[in-house]
Design a protein around this ligand. Structure first.
Ligand code: GNR
Ligand code: NI
Length: 168
């Protein structure tokens, strides 16, 4: 097991569109385990491979209070089922900023599990929100993309300043 480094906005690598996984093998299982370790350590409720600079379609999620209900989704796809819901989101790649984003409150997800088997899941509430946030990452999209240009630019400038401070 290993903890991985999380890329931060406005790193352009976060804009890479991830490729489908063609074979669920030990390399992918190790990636998923390392992503879960990284997510729990952060701590966060989800993580996409894009955030650790691996541009393959793998996400991990655990929205349980005790952080004991890990989900791994490989090549996830979803269909919106519910109503729009507003929720204040954060992102490990945009540390320290929280803004309201509108998502679907219910989705049907299909994906592969770590054995390479297809499964389907109807997700609601925070789990649905988190899965949509993670699949956005696989498409090179961040929650700040839903904000006004003004808000996004302010966040970018603050993070760029912090990044400069951290290296000098
Ligand atoms: O830890 C996280 N919390 C969160 C809160 C509201 C909506 C989405 C999230 S996901 C985020 C972890 C993360 O950045 N995943 O990509
Ligand atoms: Ni995120």
């Amino acid at each position: 097991m290993a903890q991985l480094e999380i890329l931060e906005f406005p790193d352009t690598r976060l804009r890479t569109v991830a490729k489908p996984v063609t074979e669920v093998d030990d390399r992918i299982r190790t990636l998923a385990a390392d992503m879960l370790e990284t997510m729990y350590a952060a701590p966060g409720i989800g993580l996409a491979a894009s955030q650790v600079d691996v541009h393959e379609r793998v996400i991990v999620v655990d929205v349980s209070e005790d952080q004991d209900d890990p989900h791994v989704f490989i090549n996830p796809e979803y269909e919106k089922l519910g109503e729009p819901i507003e929720y204040q989101e954060g992102c490990l790649s945009v540390p320290g900023f929280y803004e309201v984003v509108t998502r679907s409150d219910k989705i049907k997800v299909s994906a592969l599990n770590t054995k390479g088997e297809t499964f389907e899941l109807v997700a609601e509430g925070l789990l649905a929100i988190c899965i949509q946030h993670e699949i956005d990452h696989l498409d090179g999209k961040l929650f700040v993309d839903y904000l006004s240009n003004l808000k996004r630019t302010r966040i970018r400038k603050k993070l760029e300043k912090q990044h400069k401070m951290a290296v000098s």
